[in-house]
Design a protein around this ligand. Structure first.
Ligand code: UDP
Length: 234
C-alpha cells in the first residue's frame, strides 16, 4: 500500500511512557521526531490523541461523576495531550495545528475536515482533538471517523504491542501474531484491537487499520516505506 495521507492514533497511555500517568517528555520527543520524519518522507499526517493518561469518562462515572460530565473531562484531557504533542512537534521543527471538535478558541481552532485537509496540504501536522466531540465514544472511534473524513489511506494505531495477536501477548506466551486479519474476524474472535464502534466504522467505510508498535523508534518510517510492520486489519 502507498501511504500519501495517514491518520495516526496515539493513546493517552502511550504518552505517559514508563511512568504510567501524566506526560513523559522523552516519549513525546521520540514520537515528534518520528512524525517529523514521516512528513519529510512526503506523507501527510493527521493525528488523534487519546486522554486515558489523564482522565477516562468510565473511571469518572465509577467515582460518582455523571457519565456525560466524565466524558467531557476525558475529551478535555485529549486537548491537554494535543497541546503537549504540538509543542513537541514544534520543538522538533515540525509545524502542527490543534483543531478541536468542541469550540475552545484560542486554545485550538474549530475542527472541520476541510480545515484539517488544508493544514495537511500546507505540510503541517493536523492534531484533531476531543475525539468525536460527543460523550459515549472513544478516541479510537474518533480516529476512525477522522481517518474517513480526511480520506486517509489508512488509520495507523500506534500501541505498545507490535500487532494483533490471538490473545494478549503481555499475558499469554502462546499468543500468535496475525500479519493480516479481517474486520469480521477481529469482531468474531472478540479481539481487543479497538472498540466495536471504531472497528465497525472502519469496516463500513473500507478504512484499513494498521496496528503497530510505535514505541520502537524507526517503526513508523518502516511501515510507511512499505515494510511488513505490525498487523493489517482489512
Ligand atoms: N471521550 C469521549 N468522546 C470521544 C472520545 C473520548 O467522551 O469521542 C472521552 C471518554 O471519556 C474517554 C476519554 O475521553 O474515556 C479519553 O479517551 P480514550 O479513553 O479513548 O483515550 P485513550 O484510551 O486512547 O488514551
Amino acid at each position: 500500500m502507498k501511504f500519501n495521507r495517514i491518520l495516526l492514533k496515539l493513546s493517552g497511555e502511550s504518552l505517559a511512557g514508563s511512568q504510567g500517568q501524566g506526560i513523559d517528555p522523552g516519549r513525546l520527543a521520540s514520537y515528534a521526531s518520528q512524525i517529523r520524519e514521516a512528513v519529510a518522507l512526503g506523507v501527510q499526517v493527521g493525528i488523534v490523541v487519546g486522554g486515558g493518561n489523564i482522565f477516562r469518562g468510565v473511571a469518572g462515572a465509577a467515582k460518582g461523576f455523571d457519565r456525560v460530565t466524565g466524558d467531557q473531562m476525558g475529551m478535555l484531557a485529549t486537548v491537554i495531550n494535543s497541546l503537549a504533542l504540538r509543542s513537541a512537534l514544534e520543538d522538533a521543527g515540525q509545524p502542527a495545528r490543534v483543531l478541536t471538535a468542541i469550540g475552545m478558541f484560542p486554545i485550538g481552532e474549530p475542527y472541520s475536515n476541510r480545515r484539517a485537509i488544508e493544514t495537511l496540504e500546507e505540510g503541517a501536522v493536523a492534531i484533531m482533538s476531543c475525539g468525536t466531540g460527543s460523550p459515549y465514544f472513544t478516541t479510537d472511534t474518533g480516529s476512525a471517523l477522522r481517518a474517513i473524513e480526511i480520506q486517509a489511506d489508512a488509520m495507523l494505531k500506534g500501541t505498545r504491542v507490535d500487532g494483533v495477536y490471538t490473545a494478549d501477548p503481555e499475558k499469554d506466551p502462546q499468543a500468535v501474531k496475525f500479519d493480516r486479519i479481517s474486520y469480521d474476524e477481529v469482531m468474531a474472535r472478540g479481539l481487543k484491537v479497538m472498540d466495536l464502534t471504531a472497528t465497525a466504522l472502519c469496516r463500513e467505510n473500507s478504512m484499513p487499520i494498521r496496528v503497530f508498535d510505535m514505541d520502537t523508534p524507526g517503526n513508523l518510517l518502516k511501515l510507511l516505506r512499505g515494510e511488513p510492520v505490525g498487523t493489517e486489519v482489512y
